[in-house]
Design a binder for this molecule. Structure first.
Ligand code: PA5
Length: 420
């Protein structure tokens, strides 16, 4: 169960200030269930851990088993919300089944070529994911990989393509129906960046061998626990704190962790908050860092640069594996004072030391602490941040569920490409 520690906000935000936010929080939270609120058509994710399509869920589990049996490699095609959640989960819990590669999230021929080399001579399948069914990057990648699949398998290729898209509309749905591909649905009322607990995230995660029932259970526990309408709710505390800090001029939220395999959780968080809040000239800029790695790069800025940021630290006590530091006869590296100590102890001291240093330097931290990271905790974490983001968007008085700004680059690109 995750715990929020606000002790490193002392002197930046008082208990009284947090309490004053209660009214705003109550209104913002209620807006997620108000059919007249901005973005009300895209709040299906709020009840997803309970009200998901059980038949489709069973089909996802069954399909995952099939893919595990007939494929050595799964190529997942998608961008933004159609890949980041699954990728984040698979970095934390690497596939125990087929190798899983993500494409369609850039326009880099080099990246595509690398994955093309990975499928050569292998048994493989494609999971193409696009809610709209027409996003350029994944559409191009899918065209290229479908071509390869057909060259290798002929008509059998159609039984190796799994399409996750809208239930009725879009180019991908039309193609899937015409070719008889197995399809999974992105619900109408769930936007891309809130879709990790739909087939968008669930199918690749299940192919990787993680128990998606546990993932949903963790999210369900979070759904019940964080529905509490008071300042005792960690979601309310987090949202209140980050908005108060923003109002004090802390314009950057730096998501930090101490595990390199959580890097893509940081990417998922950047998309979730960046697309949900960054509009109408408002919003915290979400950034991410990996400690202690980035303490030797960004650390200088965090400690002494412009005082415009705070940290949200994801800290997991037991990451599942530990190493004891050995004794050395010559002690040439002067590390014998640590001999016999587990590496996790050194990490904990680095974490505590960093928190205090950054606090003293004017960069306060919120700490989300978890005893361990299992699939259920990840479900809890996904829901914690989705709910926080939805509520926070309403505190900011923006629509947290649209992304009109994403269209600008596409418009220019299509004009330059001469799209008919
Ligand atoms: O959160 C969002 O809605 C976006 O980031 C989308 O997920 C992203 O643009 C991909 O869209 P689509 O799934 O329609 O290809």
């Amino acid at each position: 169960m995750l715990k929020l520690d606000l002790s490193k906000l002392k002197g930046f935000i008082s208990q009284a200030q947090l309490q004053v936010m209660a009214g705003e929080l109550a209104d913002a939270h209620q807006k997620l269930y108000d059919p007249t609120a901005p973005g009300a058509d895209f709040t299906g994710w709020t009840h997803l851990p309970e009200a998901y399509d059980k038949k489709e869920f069973a089909r996802i589990q069954q399909t995952a088993k099939e893919i595990q049996q007939h494929s050595d490699v799964l190529v997942v095609v998608g961008i933004g919300g159609s890949y980041l959640g699954a990728r984040a989960a698979l970095e934390v819990f690497p596939s125990r089944g087929p190798e899983i590669y993500f494409v369609g999230c850039s326009l880099s021929p080099n990246e595509l070529n690398k994955v093309m080399a990975k499928v050569e001579g292998k048994r493989w399948s494609i999971n193409v994911i696009s809610k709209s069914g027409g996003t350029t990057e994944p559409a191009i990648a899918f065209r290229l990989f479908r071509d390869l699949l057909v060259k290798q398998y002929g008509p059998e290729a159609d039984r190796r393509i799994y399409a996750t898209t809208d239930k009725a509309k879009g180019a991908l749905k039309t193609l899937a129906d015409a070719n008889g591909w197995e399809t999974f649905v992105v619900p109408d009322d769930v936007g891309g960046r809130y879709s990790v607990l739909t087939a968008v995230g669930l199918l690749p995660i299940a192919v990787g061998g993680s128990d998606i029932t546990q993932l949903m259970e963790g999210a369900h526990q979070a759904m019940v626990r964080f529905d509490q309408r008071s300042m005792d709710n960690p979601v309310w505390q987090y949202v209140a704190a980050r908005n108060l800090l923003y109002r004090q001029g802390k314009k950057i939220e730096l998501f930090c962790s101490y595990e390199p395999s959580y890097t893509f959780l940081g990417e998922w968080l950047k998309q979730l908050f960046g697309e949900s809040e960054g509009k109408d000239g408002l919003g915290l800029f979400p950034a991410s860092a990996q400690f202690t790695t980035d303490l030797h790069s960004l650390g200088q800025y965090i400690q002494e640069g412009e005082r415009n940021l705070f940290e949200t630290v994801l800290y997991v006590d037991d990451t599942g594996f530990d190493l004891d530091i050995p004794y050395s006869n010559d002690n040439g590296d002067n590390l014998n004072y640590l001999a016999g100590k587990p590496l996790s102890f050194v990490r904990e001291m680095a974490f505590q030391g960093t928190l205090s240093a950054h606090f003293d330097g004017g960069a306060p931290s919120l700490v989300l602490r978890m005893p361990q990271m299992d699939v259920s905790t990840l479900g809890e974490l996904f829901y914690f941040f989705e709910l926080s983001c939805g509520i926070s968007g309403h505190v900011l008085k923006v629509n947290p569920f649209n992304q009109p700004g994403v269209e600008a680059y596409k418009k220019n690109m299509f004009a330059l490409l001469g799209r008919p």
